[in-house]
Design a binder for this molecule. Structure first.
Ligand SMILES: [Zn+2]
Length: 152
């Protein structure tokens, strides 16, 4: 179980909380002036970073108040919580996590496959072709170094 710190109540079990999506997504000033694409970008397009993400959370089984949190999507760790309406705090730069220690990498892999569904599978036919093609890929220029010594 994950402990989430409500800024009003202190640390509580994650089951008391309700996730509210990315924080600091501004409501359009004039929604009727937006194209359908711009409106859908407001509704559905989110940053989805590998790293720190500002999120909205509600302590729904406690004080029922909404607050914001900075969470690292690679580790699930809550780096900081802060009240609604306050600007996103600056965090010191987070060091890169080695690939073998980054367990949530499966989300990155899932995101990559999602993006790939729109593009045709160009490689699938070539990969199932002849396997002997790999031996002919040696660079001929590297061989000339062995017998190309004409300086005498
Ligand atoms: Zn609370």
């Amino acid at each position: 179980m994950l402990l989430i710190e409500c800024p009003y109540c202190g640390p509580r079990n994650e089951v008391e909380f309700h996730y509210g999506g990315e924080a600091h997504v501004p409501y359009p000033e004039d929604p009727s002036a937006l194209s359908d694409r711009e409106w859908s970008e407001y509704l559905f397009y989110r940053a989805n970073p590998k790293g720190i993400l500002a999120e909205r959370w509600q302590h729904s089984a406690g004080c029922r108040k909404w607050f914001n949190a900075l969470r690292d999507t690679r580790t699930y760790r809550f780096e900081q919580v802060y009240e609604m309406g306050t600007p996103r705090p600056d965090l010191p730069p987070v060091p890169e996590i080695p690939a073998d220690a980054a367990e949530p990498d499966r989300f990155a892999a899932a995101a990559a496959t999602e993006g790939r569904t729109e593009t045709p599978l160009a490689d699938s036919t070539g990969a199932s072709g002849t396997s002997s093609a790999g031996t002919s890929t040696t660079d001929p220029s590297s061989r000339t170094e062995q017998n190309g010594d004409h300086h005498g």
